[in-house]
Structures are given as structure tokens and as C-alpha cells.
Design a protein around this ligand. Sequence first.
Ligand code: ZN
Length: 310
Amino acid sequence: MHVFFPLPNTGASVYNTITLYRDSQFFPGELMMGTMATCSFERCSRKAWKPVAGEQPFCIFHSQKVDEKRDEFEKAWNEFLRDTRDSEGKLFNLSCRGFIIPINVNFSSEQFSGHTYFNFTSFTGHTYFNDAKFTGHIYFNSALFSGKTYFTNTTFPGKIYFNNAVFFGETSFKNAHFLWDAYFNSTQFKGETSFSDAEFSGETLFESTTFFQNVDFEHVVFSKSAHFSKTVFREEGFFTGSHFLGVDMSNSLFINCSFKNVRKNTHYNLKPIRWEKPEVWWQVWKYRKRSKPIPPTSFANIDTRGILAA
Ligand SMILES: [Zn+2]
């Protein structure tokens, strides 16, 4: 059992931790004096920010008191970023895991070195990574983007992870360059989303991803593989002019995709896609016709209403 109480002469902002041993080793009156309260977020050892008796202590970065901490956060945030920069001014191994960021974040044209960690980060305002350049892997798993989010012209040379992330606002990855694998599994795009003119050079996974509003994949180049397995398109999905260059089509899946709100011959016009192996389409129809089990290497089970087959 942890009890927090204010020390009498140090003001309300400093608390000490007392651990009471309640098991067989408990002796009445024996108190273990602990250290000053630290953040209870996993692996964070920062000082607790305005801890309150009876509440879990968190540092200013992990505190959920978005409105209350905003002013102080900005100062701490700028200091944190300054301390993270290497001799070339790049943000080295930036780790914002689980941060709850109460302000707009502008990383446009920033350069990141090492790996970059934003797992479980909550961006409560708008987020800008336009023209940003990374080096290593980039982690945004389970991140929350509450406002508008822009990764326009951003270059991702390492693997990029957006698994289970949620984008609540308008989201743009226009002209982004994914030079290695890109993971968007179970990601939720609640606002209008665009990947137009993006380039995916590695494995690209949108498995179980949900696009709640229109999504634009126009003029996108998939150079290696594209997985759209169990992807849900709740509104319109545009693939006009997309190229699946040199892709082994056996790796490109549109299995069990849900194309909702389809109006005949108007949406999901996949015809302009330049399939390197158009016989895949033929296989789809062939298998559907014969009602045979569909091999996992086709566009089987796609809801083809409204799709103009090549
Ligand atoms: Zn913390």
C-alpha cells in the first residue's frame, strides 16, 4: 500500500512515499521512508508533477491533466527537445512513449536520428511532420492523433509502425516516401485521409484497417507488396492511377475487404490500376465462378459491386 502525503515544510508540490508493510512482516509503527514521488508510467523515472494524495503520480509529460498542465508543459517540452538534440541538431533516439501532448506539435522539416518512439503517445492538438526526415525505425503504435495530422512529403527510411493508432482528424501522407516496411494494421482513420502520390517501397500492410471516411490512394506506387486484408472502406476509396510496380501480386491482398456505400460503377474503380499481372483478375473471376475455395493469393472475397474489372 502506498500512501502519499505532503511534507509540512516543502509545500504542496512535494510528496513523500511511505510504504506500509501489511503482510506477515508488518510491525505497527514501522514505516519505510521512500523517495520523492516519481512518475508511475512504465519505465519513467521523472519527478511527479503536482501529485495529489490518492492519485497515481505522473510526470508533466505523462500527466493526463491536459488543460491544467498546458503552460508548464510547453516549457518542459522545449527543454526536453533541446536536450535530445545531437551535435548536428537532430533529434536523437527521441522517445515520447506515452506522452500526453496538450499542444500542437510541429516537427515539420525536423531531422531525426537513431530510432524514434511515439508508441502510446496522445497528440491532443494538430500534428505536423511535413518534410521531416528520419533515419531509423519509427514507432507510432497505439498513438492517438486528435487533431489534423500531416506527414506530407515525409521520408521514412526505416520501418514505420502505426499499428492500432487512431487518427481522429483529417490525415495526410501525401507524397510521403516509405522506403522500408510500413505497418498500418488495425489502424483507424476517422477523418478524410490521403496517401496520394505516396511511394511504398517495402512491405505495406493495411490489415484490419478501417477508413471511416474517404481515402485517397491515387497515384500511389506500391513497389513490393500491399496487404489490404480485412480492410474496411466505409466511404469511398480511390485508387486511380496507382501502380503496383514489380509487385508479386501473390503478396497483394484485398481479401474480405468491405466496400460500403458502393454505387454501381462509380466508386472503387480499380481499372486504372496498372496491374503487372492482370491474370490475377482473371483468376478471381474464375474461382468465383467455380465456387472453389479461394487461395490466399488473390483478390478473393472482395465485394466487387461497383468495381470495374480490368
Ligand atoms: Zn512520466
